[in-house]
Design a protein around this ligand. Structure first.
Ligand SMILES: O=C(O)C1=C[C@@H](OP(=O)(O)O)[C@@H](O)[C@H](O)C1
Ligand SMILES: C=C(OP(=O)(O)O)C(=O)O
Length: 439
């Protein structure tokens, strides 16, 4: 019998107020485990995200023979070099995490071992051919259902050859899988992107001592390089902060400060778009640590106006589109989001789930082949809604519930643990006016 978790959220009359810190960046946390696992020496990680997705990555690396100590957001990874990864004795389970399965496949394809990778029912319908095709071009022996399109994936690792690859989709996961395969291939691999996507892999590889070259949308890496352990301090995840940036902007009387949020240029589309819509966001205390920039973000309620989001902007805010859609329901005018068909292959088809669930609450959203048309401004009313097992949809609906009249019941709320296990704790503390709630 499947247990269904339900969360009830009520309208927040006095706004959301306080100072918070969001958990560590999910993308950086995954990469820290993988690169630490193949480096030589002990990698220490602070500010790790102990969400379900990153815990899946830890458990896969442990199955590959890496000793990892995890205490909350602190990690010690005992790396012995890539040659010491051992063949896993059973299937590598990635849970709900696309990043884990795609990056790990790139890492393993060139090693002399056999591995089988699979995840949950959402992973089973997400496309894997986007990594299988380029990895096969490098000589990888990989397979999966429908000629490698879907999981379970099998890898019969062997020596790889470098390639020059132009990516048909804007995806940091595909770019990273190829770079990680290129790291131990023979020759020099280059990847050219459609639009610039998050560059955490490139930054972190350099910090571990790997030489890579970056020029515009092209990244080049020469194979057979080794990594030396480092200490990494991970900033807060801007994709998690996004829920409170929007909440603070659309819920009257709100004033929230979010400390130490990662503001890597490839991730800050949410700030640019909200500012364009009229949001009041102050960025202070900019610093850089462990090869990633971060800052404090202060947001206050402000009237918003509609905007258009398309093209190069999309990869800079791909995971924030559900919460941006909620912001757009509260903006004057019609917001158009296009060139975002990647949303169809996330944890859910986010074009459909955003429209279906917000329309249930009184929004007026149309779906298109590659995005959304959101007619604002519409009052929202409490409703019985569903995350569909998608953490970002669950959090977006919870913020919608704080704004909506009456009571909102969110079914399948447990999905939120994937990227933000303390989300409801922080949300309820922000509802107690003028509290300082740094966690
Ligand atoms: O590389 C990463 O860490 C991620 C890349 C993005 O996916 P795509 O590469 O599929 O766009 C993003 O949606 C995901 O949450 C994390
Ligand atoms: C798409 C996401 O993650 P992943 O692809 O790693 O499952 C996400 O976190 O929104």
């Amino acid at each position: 019998m499947k247990l269904v978790t339900v969360k009830v959220v009520r309208k927040t009359k006095n706004g959301l107020n306080g100072t918070i810190a969001v958990p560590g960046d999910k993308s950086i946390s995954h990469r820290a485990i993988m690169l630490g696992g193949i480096a030589n020496g002990k990698t220490v990680v602070k500010g790790f995200l102990p969400g379900d997705d990153c815990l899946s990555t830890i458990s896969c690396l442990r199955q590959l023979g890496v000793n990892i100590l995890q205490e909350g957001d602190y990690l010690e990874i005992d790396g012995k070099g890539i040659k010491h990864l051992r063949e896993p004795a059973s299937v590598l389970e990635v849970g709900n995490s696309g990043t884990t399965i795609r990056l790990l496949s790139g890492l393993l394809a060139g090693l002399p071992l056999y591995a089988c990778l699979q995840g949950d029912s959402s992973i089973a319908i997400r496309p894997m051919n986007r990594i299988v095709e380029p990895l096969r071009l490098m000589g990888a022996k990989m397979d999966g259902r429908q000629d490698g399109k879907y999981t379970p994936l099998t890898i019969n690792g062997r020596s790889l050859q470098a390639i020059n690859y132009t990516m048909p989709v804007a995806s940091a996961q595909v770019k990273s899988a190829i770079l990680l395969a290129g790291l131990h291939a023979i020759g020099t691999t280059s990847v050219t992107e459609l639009h610039v996507s998050r560059d955490h892999t490139e930054r972190m590889l350099e910090a571990f001592g790997v030489t890579i070259h970056r020029s515009g949308k092209k990244v080049t890496i020469t194979g057979k390089q080794s990594l030396t352990a480092i200490t990494i301090d991970i900033p807060g995840d801007i994709s998690s902060a996004a829920f409170f940036l929007v909440a603070g902007s659309i819920i009257p009387n709100s004033h929230i400060t979010i400390q130490r949020v990662g503001i890597n240029q490839t991730r800050t589309g949410i700030i640019d778009v909200l500012e364009r819509m009229g949001a009041s966001i102050k960025i202070t205390g900019k610093e850089e640590q462990s090869f990633e920039p971060f800052a404090d973000l202060e947001v206050k309620f402000a009237p918003l106006k509609a905007t258009e989001i398309a093209g190069e902007m999309i990869p800079r805010l791909i995971d924030e589109i559900p919460i941006i859609a909620l912001a757009a329901t509260q903006a004057e005018g019609t917001t158009i989001i296009k060139d975002a068909s990647e949303l169809k292959v996330k944890e859910t088809n986010r074009i459909n789930t955003v429209a279906e669930e917000l329309n249930r609450m009184g929004a007026h959203i149309e779906t298109t082949g590659d995005g959304l048309i959101i007619h604002g401004k519409t009052p929202l009313k409490g409703a019985y809604v569903n995350s569909h097992g998608d953490h970002r949809i669950g959090m977006m609906l919870s913020i919608a519930g704080c704004l909506a009249d009456g009571e909102t019941v969110i079914e399948n709320s447990e999905a939120i643990k994937v990227s933000y296990p303390t989300f409801f704790e922080i949300l309820s503390k922000l509802q107690e006016i003028n509290q300082t709630v740094i966690e």
